[in-house]
Design a protein around this ligand. Structure first.
Ligand SMILES: [Zn+2]
Length: 219
């Protein structure tokens, strides 16, 4: 079903290098993408909000995320979700009997309208296709526009994001028995995911951690 929907977007050329290909991205770019994969993706799986990251935000992975977000290539997001899921399953960091609810970090409605989709939704969808975890793309709602984070210092970032999210209706009105994993495309300082986790935990929902496709090297 999803494949049929996505086939509308499929292009005959690789969106990253223009080589002809029938895949989402060509074999050459797939190899380059895989070279961005972290050697120890589980090293951040610790502390109050554990983090699992697939790769380094650089080179082909940085290019792929930009192509997903700014050139409107949702099929790349699905592929990144597959890669994240394969790696996640390999490490079994949680009890494999638990199927956590996947909640992508939401965009503000106006931003999603401009982009046409939320990249974290697409990544999460690819991830759930592989893992069979349940997905709720409306678990959290972004109620406030936030400024671009990279210009702000730590305190400004915290103030910028505070109160930016609320629970979606389905979580607000019902109790949730299963724990949650948050999904995002890029993890930088963690300010955004910490605020998202705070909103869920205030409601008594257990948040196991964060899954991100990429993080910059300096983390
Ligand atoms: Zn390519």
């Amino acid at each position: 079903m999803l494949k049929n929907i996505l086939s509308i977007f499929l292009q005959p050329n690789c969106p990253l290098c223009e080589r002809a290909t029938t895949e989402e991205i060509c074999n050459y770019c797939q190899k380059q993408l895989k070279s961005c994969q972290l050697k120890e993706p589980k090293k951040f799986w610790q502390g109050d909000l554990p983090l699992f990251v697939w790769g380094e935000y650089d080179g082909k992975l940085k290019q792929a995320i930009a192509a997903l977000k700014y050139d409107k290539n949702p099929q790349i997001g699905e592929l990144l979700g597959f890669l994240l899921a394969e790696s996640w399953q390999k490490y079994s960091l949680i009890n494999t009997k638990i199927k956590p609810l996947i909640i992508p970090i939401p965009l503000h409605k106006s931003k999603e309208k401009i982009r046409g989709f939320n990249q974290a939704d697409i990544i999460a969808r690819g991830f759930c296709q592989v893992t069979k975890y349940p997905l709720n793309t409306q678990g959290l709602i972004r109620i406030r526009q936030t400024k671009a984070m990279f210009r702000l210092n730590f305190e400004e970032k915290e103030n910028n994001i505070k109160g930016a999210f609320k629970l979606g209706k389905s979580l607000e009105n019902n109790s949730l028995s299963r724990p949650v994993l948050l999904v995002d495309d890029i993890y930088t300082t963690g300010t955004t995911v910490k605020e998202a986790a705070r909103i869920l935990r205030n409601k008594g929902i257990k948040v196991l951690g964060v899954l991100a496709v990429s993080t910059p090297r300096h983390l």
